[in-house]
Write a protein that binds this ligand. Structure first.
Ligand code: AMP
Ligand code: MG
Length: 319
């Protein structure tokens, strides 16, 4: 990545435009958090419902105080431990944070991304950037510049190409209440890692349903390919039922040998969840380009990063 491109992106942002930046999780559609028209342009381009708030990306701990206040000790502890990194903290917002960003709420979601290009861009602009994933609402999150282009076509804004994303899955979203720490969204940092950083304090999980008022983006349907996706513990049985259909298989480590598989992707033959998470969305883009009737996606181990992977696949399968 040449710095002229970063300077160009920073200039576009200063002019109130939207640009695409790479982060370690997925590609983000970024705009100046203090420019209401630019933020509205993000919602418009994505077709994102206005009740789904955005994550504010910051370059340093000083800027955290600029966007949030009354920050709980547990939040500071997590930030010190995981930032820059794929952890988003939901905190009480400063008065200067626009309602379009928080969907009118009193909290703001914040994170410091761990990507040299995103950090250089934040440094160059001087203002924090709101950045949801760079895909049309409800479609698969992009982990490469190419997949951003697939999603938006000729409506794609200027893209900073940082190659494939290291984590490949979105940030873990955490909130704080008087009675403790809550997990709003499974993501690239596991619940166990959060609890270790909090020296054993238990992190409670909010299910999709209970999280809805607290974190509207947890609405069930998301990440949906055009093909019908079935999330299953029994791929062979589903293959049997799908005779005569064009079927794709997305598996963790197993290679299936049934003859009626049109296309198959195995995310980590050696069984590494990090590797599977990294390749997950790209595999969904690849399978969805094959014009399949059905994608059969295995249920991953319900532990560690497998929880975040299953969450995405469950929502990709939702009607
Ligand atoms: P995305 O940027 O598309 O990965 O989505 C951001 C996620 O963070 C969504 O699930 C949002 O609902 C969640 N989020 C953003 N701001 C807040 C907030 N103030 N309170 C709770 N959840 C939030
Ligand atoms: Mg998203």
């Amino acid at each position: 990545m040449s710095s002229p491109d970063i300077l160009k992106a920073a200039k576009l942002l200063q002019e109130g435009k939207v640009v695409v930046m790479p982060t370690e999780t997925v590609y983000g559609l970024a705009a100046n958090i203090y420019d209401a028209a630019a933020i509205r342009a993000i919602f418009e381009l994505k077709g994102r419902p206005s009740n789904n708030p955005l994550i504010v990306h910051i370059k340093s701990f000083e800027v955290l105080q600029e966007v949030a206040k009354n920050i709980p000790e547990a939040a500071l502890k997590l930030a010190r431990h995981f930032w820059p990194g794929p952890l988003t903290l939901v905190l009480e917002k400063q008065d200067t944070i626009l309602d379009v960003i928080t969907a009118g709420g009193s909290t703001v979601a914040v994170r410091m991304p761990n990507h040299p290009i995103a950090l250089a861009l934040l440094q160059e602009t001087g203002f924090p950037l709101a950045a949801p994933s760079a895909n049309p609402s409800n479609y698969i999150s992009p982990t490469s510049a190419e997949n951003v282009r697939k999603g938006f076509g000729d409506r794609a804004p200027f893209i900073l190409d940082g190659g494939p994303c290291e984590k490949g899955i979105e940030s873990t979203v955490v909130g704080f209440k008087s009675d403790g720490v809550y997990l709003y969204r499974h993501g690239a940092i596991t619940k166990e890692a959060l609890e270790t950083a909090l020296e054993g304090l238990e992190v409670q999980t909010l299910t999709n349903e209970t999280a809805s008022p607290a974190s509207p983006g947890m609405l069930l349907k998301h990440y949906s390919p055009r093909a019908k996706l079935i999330h299953t513990t029994d791929v062979e049985q589903q293959l049997h039922q799908a005779q005569g259909k064009q079927v794709g298989v997305l598996s963790f480590r197993t290679h299936y040998s049934q003859p009626n598989i049109a296309h198959q992707l195995t995310l980590s033959p050696s069984g590494k969840l990090e590797e599977a998470a990294q390749g997950l969305f790209n595999a969904l883009y690849e399978l969805d380009a094959k014009g399949l009737d059905i994608i059969l996606a295995e249920v991953f181990p319900e532990e560690g990063l497998g929880l975040a992977i299953n969450d995405r696949l469950r929502r990709a399968a939702a009607e």
